[in-house]
Every structure is written in C-alpha cells, then in structure tokens.
Design a binder for this molecule. Sequence first.
Ligand code: TPP
Ligand code: SF4
Length: 248
Amino acid sequence: MAVVFKKTEGLTDKQTHYCPGCTHGIIHRLTAEVLDELGVLGKSIGVAPVGCSVLAYDYFNCDMHEASHGRAPAVATGIKRVQPDKVVFTYQGDGDLCSIGAAEIVHAAARGEKITTIFVNNAIYGMTGGQMAPTTLPGQKATTAPLGRDVDHAGMPIRMSEMLATLDGAVFVERVSVNNPANVRKAKKAIKRAFEVQLEGKGFGIVEVLSTCPTNWGLHPVDSLKWLEENMIPYYQLGNLRNPEEAK
Ligand SMILES: Cc1ncc(C[n+]2csc(CCOP(=O)(O)OP(=O)(O)O)c2C)c(N)n1
Ligand code: SF4
C-alpha cells in the first residue's frame, strides 16, 4: 500500500506534554518538517526557552540547547558565531521573547545575527498559569488581570514583529497563524523562507506564529481557534513585514 502520510523525521517519538488543542504542537511539526525538507536536520541546533516549550529539546530531532528566560537569542548568537555552518534557531513564547527577553531579541535582530526565531504568540504566560503577557489583548482576562487588561494601567500590547521590522538587521519578518488549514500552509511557507534566508547568509529572520492556549484562555480548543481568529488576528495582522529584497 502506498504511504500517503508519515511522521516527520524532524520530530522524535517522544509524546509531547502540551494540553489538548494547544497549537504549540502544530508549530513544532511545521518547523521540524521544514528542517527535514531543507535537508539540514543533521546540522541544525535549536535553542529552547522557558515556558510551555521548555521541553522542546526532547521533541526536535536535532541538537538542542536550553536557555534561561529570554536569553535564547544570545545563546543562539554564540552558537552561530562559533559554528557558522550550522542552522541555528530559537523557539520562544511571548512571555520569554517580549518580556524578560525583549532586549535580547531586539539586539540580536539589530546585529543581524544569522539565526532564525520561531516566536509563538499566545497572548499569555501559558506554563506559569495564565499571567498577563506584553501581548495580552486589551480587556483580555489573565490571572494577574482578573477584570481584563486595563490599558491605562498596563499599557497597550506590544507588536514585536512591527518593532523588529524597523531594524535593518532583521531581513525576514512575517506574522502567521495556525487557526485553520490554509493559514497552517502559509505558516509553513514563512518558516521555510526564514530558514532559507539563514542558509543564504542574509541575516536575522523571525516568524511570529499566533497560537492558542485553551487551558489558560478557559476555552474549548475549537473555541480557542475562533477566539484567535476574531480577537488576535485583528490586532496582530498577518503578513510579511520584511523580506530580503527590501532589506538594506
Ligand atoms: C528567569 C526566569 N524568570 C521567570 C521564570 C518563570 N517562567 C517560566 S515560564 C514563564 C512564562 C512563559 O510564557 P511564554 O513565554 O508566553 O510561553 P508559553 O508558556 O505561553 O508557551 C515564566 C514567567 C523563569 N523560568 N525564569
Ligand atoms: S498551558 Fe497553554 S500554551 Fe501551555 S501547553 Fe497548555 S494550552 Fe499550550
């Protein structure tokens, strides 16, 4: 019988710990498929963050390194500079990347480090129980904002991709979503392009992926996808913000 579907070589056989309906799993799979399809699994080194994807080092079938809160871009910078022939990527949540690690990602992008960042924006701190993140939407409830994010008190959410796209060192910046099959396909295309940009030696690339957290949003997985579409996409507009052809 013809094989029409098989597990990607880019992921190990380890069962993931993600909650049912969490889209971290889809984003892992897309990243792993891309590394496999580009034929670079054997020379890839990923850097895992804190947050729910802290155990990503168990799931990707390539060399992995763990970094403390927000420091993945600095660790990836060191690895890439010492081993420029390797394909180096970070996988980070919005708490990790936009909060404690905000300076790290800005300066890695500004320096034009030839690394790729997969930035998973689920608008909340997932692992630690649903605290407000820099990306939590106005009015969105969090354990530290039980009445909803009050922008007079907490400020407006950060659109990190738009900020990074102003930096000359950031040569590829795109925001995608995994809320439906069409968007999953677009997400894979963007992730592939971001890795190709690294392979072409062009500079820093980041793909922001809008993701769900059914557990801390308090929603059924299907309703989470709808919530993402109706609430996150209008604020975090999808699309390419920067590509090598435009970069100076
Ligand atoms: C230096 C440091 N500060 C704080 C923490 C606690 N901490 C662990 S995960 C996390 C939030 C991560 O949220 P996010 O990056 O959005 O990832 P998610 O779990 O939503 O995927 C925090 C604050 C930590 N591990 N290390
Ligand atoms: S807490 Fe949220 S982000 Fe973490 S695995 Fe569960 S659903 Fe996913």
